[in-house]
Design a protein. Structure first.
Length: 156
């Protein structure tokens, strides 16, 4: 699943009171993040992502992605399991003349089988759960065969 949020930030929007918009996502694993800062920003506009009050990107607290005419793309393995299933995108714009539109693109996988590609240990946990479930089903099947055999023997 790929989510996109573009925020047009008015001129003179300070860092201390940024524009904040919710980006609805699903429960799952964020495996790639793209940040697009258009030409003309010249380092005057910034963007960051939060999960609740926790700053996720950039990882360094109280910092922002800034630049001019860049498309930043990086991979990650951030597991988003807590409700609400949303991130907050914040932007500021110190430009005193122009508004700027910054874009965030989040790529996620929501099924455990796909998460295993990015988190091998997660895969092992899922495999253990699957084996435990199969073992229970097999035990039930074995018990049924035994009960059927006993019933048949009693009838004959």
């Amino acid at each position: 699943m790929i989510y996109q949020k573009s925020i047009t930030t008015p001129k003179d929007t300070p860092v201390l009171t940024p524009v904040s918009e919710v980006m609805e996502v699903n429960k799952g694993l964020i495996y790639q993040v793209d940040i697009i800062i258009p030409a003309g920003c010249v380092g005057l506009a910034g963007v960051r992502l939060l999960d609740g009050l926790y700053q996720v990107y950039p990882t360094t607290p109280n910092t922002w992605f800034v630049g001019d005419n860049i498309h930043m793309s990086f991979q990650d393995t951030y597991l988003k399991t807590d409700v609400p299933h949303q991130l907050t995108v914040q932007t500021y714009n110190l430009d005193d003349t122009y508004e700027h539109t910054l874009t965030v693109i989040i790529s996620m996988v929501i099924k455990e089988i796909f998460m295993a590609r990015f988190l091998p240990s997660y895969s092992m946990d899922e495999m253990i759960k699957a084996i435990e479930l199969l073992t229970k089903v097999q035990d039930i099947d074995k018990q049924q065969v035994i009960e059927d055999a006993i019933s048949w023997a009693r009838e004959n």
